[in-house]
Structures are given as C-alpha cells and as structure tokens.
Design a protein around this ligand. Sequence first.
Ligand code: ADP
Length: 509
Amino acid sequence: MKIREGRRNAALKASVNGSETSRNGKPDTVKQIEWKYSRSVEDPKHIKLDEKYDLYIGGKRVRTRKYFKTIDPSNEKILAEVAYASDEDVNRAVTAAKTAYEKHWSKTSPKERAKYIFRIARIMQEKAREFAVIETMNGGKPIRESKSVDVPLSIAHFFYYAGWADKLDLAFPGNKISPVGVAGQIIPWNFPLLMAAWKIAPALACGNTVVIKSAETTPLTLYKLAEVIEEAGLPPGVVNIISGDGRTGATLVNHPKVNKIAFTGSTEVGKIIMRQTAGTNKRLTLELGGKAANIIFEDAPIDAAVEGIINGIYFNQGHVCCAGSRLLVQESIHDAVVKKLKHRMKNLRVGDPLDKNTDVGAINSRVQLDKIRELVASGIDEGAVIHQCECTLPEKGFWFRPTFFTGVAQSNRIANEEIFGPVLSILTFRTPQEAVEKANNTCYGLSAGVWTDKGSKIFKVLSKIRAGVVWSNTFNKFNPASPFGGYKESGFGREGGRHGLTPYLNIES
Ligand code: ADP
C-alpha cells in the first residue's frame, strides 16, 4: 500500500480546513511553533492488504452477497472492500461458535486453552508492526500511539488472560465455575484491536467461544487477527470474526443461541441492547460513553498536570470514552494553567498519522467530524470562549484542530455531552467539595483524574467520585491486570483483571 509522498506533502502544505469561528468574533488561535524536522513516515509498503475481505467463520473465509468499502480517514483513499454480514451470515457464525463450543472448546483442558492464547499473543508480537500500520491507516490514529499503546496493550491482554486460563479455580476459590457458552461481542472504532483483545482473551480463557463484530469504519485489524488465530491453530469456530453495521450487531444481540453479549460503544446503543436483552437469559456487559472530570488542585505539579491534560484529551484525537474532556481547575490557578496549556499546544504536531512525529491524527470519519463540529458550534453559541491550534491541516481527509473552551458553564452542552473529539471544556472550582460535586454532576461515570501534591486529598476526593477508574497524578494509563468499566450511563461490568473473568463464567458457591 504505497502512498505517494508527493501527494502527502502537497496535502500537508495545503492550508486550513474549516476553522471554527465564533459568532461573537474570531477564535483565540494558538500559534504553532514552526517545526523544522525531517518527516519520518512509517513505510506502509510491507503491508499487504487484500482487495476484498470475506467473513471469518468456522475457520474459513466465507463470501457473502454485499461488500462495503473501508477507507483511510487521513486521505479518504479506499483501502479494501469488506464483507457485510447478513442475518444469515450472523446465524452461520453463531452456529459455528456453538458447534465449536460443544465439540472442541468445552472439552479442551484449561492448560491447553492457555497454550492457544499464549500462541495468539506470540504471533501478534511477530506481526506487531503490521498491526500498528493497519490500525493507523484504517483508523487515523498516530502511528506512535498504535505502536506504543494499541498493539502492545492488546498483546499484553492475551498474555495476561492466558495466565488465568488454568488458574480459574484459584480466582474463585470454593466456587463451582463453568463457561457461559457463546459470547457475542460488539466493538467500536476508536481502539479496534485493543477492544477485540479485551473481549476475546477473557472469553477464551474462561472456555467460551466467540462471534465478534467490528465497527463500520475499522474492520481491518480484526481480519489481520483472523490470520493470527488461524496460524495459532485454534479449533475452527472458536473465534468467528464478522463485519457489518448496527443491523448486523442487532442480529447478533438477538440471536437465541448467544449466551452473553459484551458491548462497547455509545450509551444510546447500549440502552437499546439493554432493552433487547431484558427478560432473556443472556448475560450482558456494557462499556459506554463518558465525560470524565480531570481535576487540578492548586497544589498540583502544574507542568506534569498540563501533560496529563494534553494526554487526557488529545490522545487518539479525543476518540476515547474515558477521555479527560472536562477539566476542573481550582480558580486560583486557572489563568496559569490556561497559559501553560496554550504554550504546550504550540508544540502539538497535527497531520499525517503515519509520520512518527505526529501527535494528533485524523478524525475517524466524516460522521464523527460533523458531530464534533456541531457540538463545538453549540459551545460558541452558548457563550464559551474557544481556543484553537492554528495548525495547517491536510486538504483531504477528516481533520479537527486541537481545541479547548474556557468560560464554560455547567449547563452548556459541551460540559455535558460526549464530544468524542479533540475538544476540552474548562470549568473552575474553589473547594474540594465543589470539585467533587461538579465531577459527579454528569450522567456518566467511567473515569476521572485528580492532580494534587497531597496524598490525603487524593484519597479523600477519590473515595467520593463516582467513576469506574480514577487516576491520580496521571491519566489514560491502562494495564491488563486493572479492571475497567463504568457507573451510571457509562455502563456496567468490568473488563480487565480478575474482575474481567466474571462476565464469562457461571459462578456457583
Ligand atoms: P458510534 O456512534 O461511536 O459509532 P455505536 O454505539 O453506534 O457508536 O457503535 C458501536 C458498535 O455498535 C459498532 O460496532 C456498531 O456497528 C454497533 N451497533 C450500532 N447499533 C447497534 C445495535 N442497534 N445493536 C447492536 N450493535 C449496534
């Protein structure tokens, strides 16, 4: 997949792609530092993408009637055609998973299961570079992130759960445990490979078989994973990989032979799935939206906190359900933090996701870009002050400048709704109690961050925040041994750690 240098350079030189102007005047632009550095583009030449991807069902590539195009969002180039799984295909995949469960996987010893999962992890390591490049090309995220976060963390999840496969009796001592059966798994587009690893690894470790569906815009790394699963020699049908849209997902959710649904995606769809599974025997875990508070106290190490703010909101273009999208700054240090934040933003390099220098890549899709624009416009309309990087954006593809708002009121849409883009809303507080009240003033409860020099304050504040994951003096740190999940409309159930085993097991005392 060679992308012509000339075209990329031309695109990078081309200017401005929809600057957000305020109706009350111009936005405050953060002038970028003119970087004089050599581009260091990860060469995608070694990546062999198929022209057409079939479904992976029962260990075989299965053709279907309809295919859809998948693109690189940074330049809108078509990368491949991908199968759109029909209701019939979903049924075929679930039947393959059920057969594999009954004939093979439920009869495979825990020790053998562990070996297969280890093998998946080892083969992924060998193909790590390919995975990273494909994830970046199909999703728009910087190669630096796919190489240092998405791929190694995905592999780490397989290693971690391989370790649990033959120790489940130790995880739940004194209980009788058994697998649930067939797991239907539906994942979003922001971390395709990582979300697949979060779901497939514990399911297999606990003895279940899987049908997993990728999101509309990012099907490619899952089909790469199908190659790994094949190479690892898993019995056919233990892992089935399909692609499609919401309708495909709904068919999977409603299939009577599916015993458990694991869903990561929007709160809106999570609610639909909850309604559809209510009154059935299906187990359900939902990991949904978020509007995390990142709280900076006046005694915090400010430079470190500013790094945490940047990482919290601009990592993966803000396409992160646990993003620190609501910054709560103690009033006494508001101006100092904003000044430092602007200074730090001058160094953000926005552009070609395959360039190893890039900090902020492309927005995943036009639909998402429109959603971000709409919410940003609402922020301006509601009177908040917009600050934006004045960087040059490529002509083609979907791009949005790193942005933050000051003067945000709690009632503003940008303080309440998930933007899922590189847009931060800054609010202030005076006392720890006010910080906690504002942090909890959301329908979500996925994550939060607390920055302070005082250990006692960390514990006091953390214990009052209603969020599944709370980071102190850091942000967006993940580890397979650490459970992840939400409260309130951010969903329920945990993925990762020992907690991540429970949704995939029947546990009787
Ligand atoms: P987003 O709005 O960020 O794309 P969605 O919740 O719509 O998030 O999508 C997340 C995943 O859920 C995708 O794989 C999508 O195809 C799937 N999906 C969408 N609608 C449904 C549905 N009604 N039932 C099951 N899965 C769905």
